[in-house]
Design a protein around this ligand. Structure first.
Ligand code: SF4
Ligand code: SF4
Length: 107
């Protein structure tokens, strides 16, 4: 994750013998993460959500994430206008939607 994710918060500081560890929380997937997890592909390191948000997508596009088992996650998108779910690439918007084209030209 090279850009800031709006869903990532510092959740708790834990005092060890000589260091303080920070526990983070992914508010999108409702999961607690260690600082080392932030670089892991299954967590923030491989997550497309910050890039999608930073790209100022269509206002109907909503990201979703679930961490069913620690060490794995699933990310997907939904369109609140058309009531559909799609994979995290957003290709459906690019390829099929007139609203996407209109938004692009407004930027
Ligand atoms: S896992 Fe993705 S959505 Fe969750 S805090 Fe990390 S970068 Fe953000
Ligand atoms: S399908 Fe169209 S309306 Fe729906 S999120 Fe994508 S660009 Fe927006």
């Amino acid at each position: 994750m090279k850009i800031q994710c709006p869903f990532l918060i510092k959740y708790k500081a834990i005092q060890y013998i000589n260091i303080t560890g920070i526990i983070y929380k992914c508010n999108l997937g409702n999961a607690l993460l260690k600082s080392a997890d932030l670089r892991k592909k299954w967590a923030c390191g491989g997550c497309p959500v910050p890039w999608i948000i930073n790209n100022k997508p269509c206002s109907y596009l909503k990201p979703h994430k679930t961490f069913l088992i620690r060490g794995s996650s699933k990310t997907w998108l939904s369109c609140e206008l058309l009531n559909i779910v799609m994979d995290s690439s957003g290709d459906f918007c690019h390829l099929n939607c007139k609203i996407y084209e209109q938004n692009i030209f407004k930027k």
